[in-house]
Write a protein that binds this ligand. Structure first.
Ligand code: FRU
Length: 520
C-alpha cells in the first residue's frame, strides 16, 4: 500500500466514521480483482462496459475522483479531474483532462498535471485570464491546484497555465504562490470579483493550525501570483461538518436585481452543502445552509467558470469516500454526475436553491418509449411493465397526484430479483430512494436507502425527473427543489421499469420516457 493511499484511507475513515477504523474493515462485496458478488452470492467477472454510463463522464481506465479546473474557453467546456491512470484505487493523482462543446459528449485530452516524485497534484480550479493580469498571456488558462507533499503531507497552493487552449499545460516556475508549512490546506479555486476588478481565491483549511481556524480561507490578488489573506469563514458555523474540502464561491441573481452568494463546500467525504449568504469582497456571511443532494453520491462539486450563457453549471463526483474504493472494479472507477444548473429563487422569506440537469441533456433524447396522460393507477397495476417499457439509459419525466394512496412510486433497472425503487410516501411527505435490491452491493454501512422531505407542489402534484444511466440514478424532484443521486450495480438483464401504488389509487398526471444516447 502506497504512502498516499494509506493517508487517504486514514483521512477518510477518520472523518466519516469518527474512528480510526480502516476501510478494509468495512467490507463490501466488490473484490477489487475484477470480480463482483451478486445478490444471489455468486461471484462473476465484472464486465468493464456493463456498468459504464453512456452520457456521464468516466475515465478511460483507472481511477477518477473530484472534478477540477472547470472552465469554458474558446468554444469548449474543459473538465479536468483527479485521475490515477495506473490503478483503480486512489493513489498517485494526476489531472486528467477532457473537453466538450455540449457538456455531454466528451473528448479525452489525456493527462495534464503529472505528479512529481515528492508532490501530488490535488484539486483546484481554473480561470481565463482575459486581461493578462498574470503575464502568462492574454486569454491564457490559469489553473490553481494544491501541491500535496507525500512525505510531510504539507499542502501548498500552486499555479499552472496554458496558452494554447489547454493542449499543453505548464507548471509555474515559482510555485508555490501560497506557501504553507502545514498539512490539510487544499483545493484553491479562483474567481474574478467584479466590484473591484481583482481576483479572489477560496481554499479549505481542513484542520486548524496554531494561528488559523479550520474553515474556508479567502485571499485576494491583482495578478494571480501575489495573494493577500482576507478572512476565514469558519467551519464551526456548521455543526455537523468535521472536514470541508473543495470550496466554490459564486454570485447568483435572486429577483429584481438582488443577488446572493453561494459558498459550496464538500463535507466529510460524502455530502455537498450550499451555503447561501453574502460576500462583500472580504468576508462571507451565512443566511442558510441547504444540503445540495440527499443521495449518497454527490461530492466535490465544482462549477464552470466563464460559462458563455452566464449560467452556473455544477457537476460532482458521483461517489462517496465511505466506499469509493469498494465499488465494483471493472478496470475503471469513478463517474461524474450530470452537469446541473444551479439557480436561486425566493421562497417565502428565504432564498432557496434549485438544481436541474443542464438543458443540453434534452438533445440526447432519442426514441420516446412511452407517454401517459391522466392515467389512474390502482394497487397492482403495472402499466409500463405490461407495455414492455425498459432501458438502461433513460430520461423519465413524470407528475404524480398521490390521491389516496399511501405510497406511489417507480421501479427502474427491474429484474427478477432486482429493482431500484423511488417512492413517494404521503403520510410522511417523504421521497425515498431504495437501492438495497439494486444489484451488487457495496454500501454495507447504510440500509441502502436515502430519503428527504418533499411537500407536494401548489397543485398537489409531485414532479420527478429520473435519469438512469447503467450504474447510476439521479432524481430531481419538484422542479429542482430536491436532488438525489445514487450509484447502483444491477445485472445487465435487469432493465425493466414499473409504476406502482400501495393502499389506494393515484393519478399519473403525465409521464414521458425517452432513451438517451450520445450524439457524437
Ligand atoms: C476531495 C479530496 C480533495 C483533494 C483530492 C485528492 O475528494 O480529498 O480535498 O484535493 O480529493 O484527490
Amino acid at each position: 500500500m502506497t504512502d498516499e493511499l494509506d493517508r487517504r484511507t486514514v483521512l477518510k475513515t477518520t472523518a466519516v466514521l469518527g474512528t480510526s477504523t480502516t476501510l478494509a474493515g468495512c467490507r463490501g462485496l466488490s473484490r477489487g480483482d475484477g470480480t463482483v458478488t451478486d445478490t444471489t452470492g455468486a461471484t462473476r467477472a465484472a464486465d468493464s462496459e456493463e456498468y459504464r454510463p453512456v452520457y456521464h463522464f468516466t475515465p478511460p481506465s483507472g481511477w477518477l475522483n473530484d472534478p477540477n479546473g472547470m472552465v469554458y474557453h474558446d468554444g469548449a467546456y474543459h473538465l479536468f479531474y483527479q485521475y490515477n491512470p495506473d490503478d483503480t484505487d486512489w493513489g498517485s493523482v494526476h489531472w486528467g483532462h477532457a473537453t466538450s462543446e455540449d457538456l455531454f459528449n466528451w473528448k479525452n485530452q489525456g493527462s495534464k498535471l503529472e505528479p512529481e516524485d515528492d508532490v501530488l497534484q490535488f484539486s483546484g480550479g481554473a480561470v481565463v485570464d482575459s486581461e493578462n493580469t498574470s503575464g502568462f498571456g492574454r486569454d491564457s488558462l490559469v489553473l490553481t491546484y494544491t501541491g500535496h507533499h507525500r512525505d510531510t503531507r504539507i499542502e501548498d497552493q500552486r499555479l499552472a497555465y496554458s496558452t494554447d487552449g489547454g493542449k499543453s499545460v505548464t507548471k509555474y516556475a515559482d510555485n508555490p504562490v501560497i506557501p504553507s508549512n502545514s498539512p490539510d490546506f487544499r483545493d484553491p479555486n479562483v474567481f474574478r470579483y467584479e466590484p473591484d476588478d481583482s481576483w479572489r481565491l477560496v481554499v479549505s483549511r481542513v484542520s486548524a493550525t496554531n494561528d488559523r481556524p479550520a474553515g474556508i480561507e479567502i485571499y485576494r490578488s491583482e495578478d494571480l501570483h501575489d495573494w493577500t489573506y482576507e478572512s476565514t469563514y469558519e467551519k464551526r458555523a456548521i455543526h455537523d461538518a468535521t472536514e470541508w474540502e473543495c470550496p466554490d464561491l459564486y454570485e447568483l441573481p435572486v429577483k429584481g436585481g438582488d443577488t446572493k452568494w453561494v459558498l459550496t463546500v464538500s463535507a466529510d467525504g460524502g455530502r455537498v452543502d450550499h451555503l447561501v449568504g453574502e460576500f462583500d469582497g472580504t468576508d462571507f456571511s451565512l443566511d442558510r445552509r441547504v444540503v445540495a443532494d440527499k443521495g449518497h453520491d454527490y461530492y466535490a462539486a465544482m462549477s464552470w467558470a466563464n460559462e458563455p450563457q452566464d449560467r452556473r453549471i455544477a457537476l460532482g463526483w458521483m461517489n462517496n469516500w465511505r466506499y469509493a474504493e469498494e465499488i465494483p472494479d471493472p478496470g475503471w472507477r469513478g463517474t461524474m454526475t450530470v452537469p446541473r444548473r444551479v439557480t436561486l429563487v425566493e421562497d417565502g422569506d428565504t432564498v432557496d436553491v434549485r438544481q436541474s440537469p443542464a438543458g443540453e441533456l434534452t438533445t440526447l433524447r432519442g426514441t420516446k418509449l412511452t407517454s401517459l396522460d391522466s392515467e389512474r393507477l390502482h394497487s397492482g397495476d403495472e402499466p409500463l411493465a405490461n407495455e414492455g417499457v425498459s432501458g438502461r439509459c433513460l430520461d423519465i419525466e413524470m407528475a404524480i397526484a398521490p390521491g389516496n394512496a399511501d405510497t406511489v412510486g417507480l421501479d427502474v433497472r427491474k429484474g427478477e430479483e432486482q429493482q431500484t425503487t423511488i417512492s413517494y410516501h404521503t403520510d410522511t411527505e417523504m421521497l425515498l430512494f431504495d437501492r438495497s435490491k439494486s444489484g451488487t452491493y457495496f454500501d454495507t454501512a447504510s440500509s441502502g436507502a436515502t430519503s428527504a422531505d418533499l411537500q407536494p407542489m401548489d397543485d398537489g402534484t409531485i414532479s420527478l425527473r429520473v435519469l438512469v444511466d447503467r450504474s447510476s440514478v439521479e432524481v430531481f424532484a419538484n422542479d429542482g427543489r430536491l436532488a438525489m443521486s445514487n450509484l447502483i450495480y444491477p445485472d445487465w438483464q435487469s432493465d425493466g421499469i414499473s409504476l406502482f401504488t400501495e393502499n389506494g389509487d393515484a393519478e399519473i398526471v403525465s409521464l414521458d420516457v425517452w432513451e438517451l444516447s450520445l450524439t457524437q
